[in-house]
Design a protein around this ligand. Structure first.
Ligand SMILES: [Zn+2]
Ligand SMILES: [Zn+2]
Length: 324
């Protein structure tokens, strides 16, 4: 078991390392100037139910540290009658921009997390209170159940594992030493994440009772649609409009890839709407695989013609044997 000084240091280290990250280091998605005017439908909901436990913006593993440092406890009287109770699992949905989900990145999210009580600085004592060794556990911080090799150590419910008790409990946290606080934390989004993907932040959910561990905070991603790209598995589909001259005579167009690079694409003469052109390897990269960028052509038609244009069009149609 860590001594108080060690715990304190560990906590300070975590804090210094930005465990409760502010906005620093957040590379936001910039609004980009893509050709507009395409209807974008939402990304597919496939892949729902994927679930990972992984490092989330520096918070990973911190919950375990917290719960070992300051188990939450309701009053001692209640603690005597019940064993440690694990806190509630709290669920929250977080919107993730399409490009962040596709390429991977971080999203800032305002969450309620468990943090050291600012009033007592985590020791659970009211300002000016005396701190005495706990009688229940004789200052050990743990109580053993059973005997010999079957003995199980549990955090002492009276002192919530501290080994000491204050003469008066902190009025702000009622002696638990921790508080639920709203914080903006950066959640890591793995490349290729889809709607329904879940992230578990251990120990950042509801507070435990009687020395029980805090529950987990489960975050579900809701990937937002993009106005330029759609997804099909690891492939990205970009709909690009060309005009009738480009479609009939052929042209070169420029298409932006997910990472903002421009790729030149040759449109052959006689290209119909709906035709797709593949830009190999410019899709989503996930688990060592890479999808393609599929450029889907739509053709824009002039909404109105001048007299001269209309005459030229009729002549073209007659020369081509096109009915109209
Ligand atoms: Zn407090
Ligand atoms: Zn105790």
């Amino acid at each position: 078991m860590l001594g108080d000084a060690d715990k304190r240091k560990q906590y300070d280290d975590m804090r210094r390392l930005g465990a409760f990250g502010g906005m620093s280091g957040f590379g936001g998605t910039r609004p980009s100037s893509r050709p507009g005017g395409f209807g974008s439908t939402g990304p597919g909901q496939s892949g729902a139910g994927t679930f990972t436990d992984f490092d989330v913006g520096g918070l990973g593993g911190l919950g375990d540290l917290f719960s070992s440092m300051f188990g939450g406890a309701a009053g001692a009287a209640r603690a005597r009658s019940k064993g440690p109770e694990r806190g509630q699992t709290i669920e929250q949905t977080v919107q993730v921009p399409f490009r962040t989900a596709a390429a991977g990145g971080k999203v800032p999210v305002e969450l309620e997390v468990n943090e050291e009580c600012a009033v007592c600085r985590g020791n659970g004592a009211a300002p000016g209170a005396q701190i005495k060794p706990c009688n229940e556990c004789n200052g050990r911080g743990v109580i053993s159940f059973g005997q010999g090799s079957f003995a199980v150590n549990r955090p002492c419910p009276v002192c919530v594992g501290r080994g000491s008790v204050p003469s008066e409990r902190c009025p702000s946290c009622r002696g638990t030493g921790e508080a639920r606080v709203r914080r903006t934390v950066l959640i890591s989004v793995p490349a290729g994440a889809e709607s329904g993907h879940k992230v578990r932040l251990r120990g950042q959910g509801g507070k435990g009772a009687s020395g029980g561990q805090a529950g987990d905070l489960v975050i579900t991603f809701d990937v937002q649609p993009d106005r330029f790209y759609k997804r099909d598995g690891l492939d990205l589909i970009a709909t690009v409009p060309i005009n009738i001259a480009q479609a009939t005579l052929g042209s070169r167009i420029s298409v932006k890839t997910l990472d903002g690079k421009k790729v030149a694409l040759r449109i052959p003469a006689g290209t119909s709407a709906g035709r797709r052109f593949k830009v190999a390897g410019q899709g989503i990269e996930k688990d060592g695989k890479r999808g393609d960028l599929l450029v889907e052509i739509t053709i824009t038609v002039p909404e109105s013609l001048t007299e001269a244009q209309e005459k030229a069009m009729r002549e073209f149609a007659e020369a081509s044997g096109l009915k109209f």
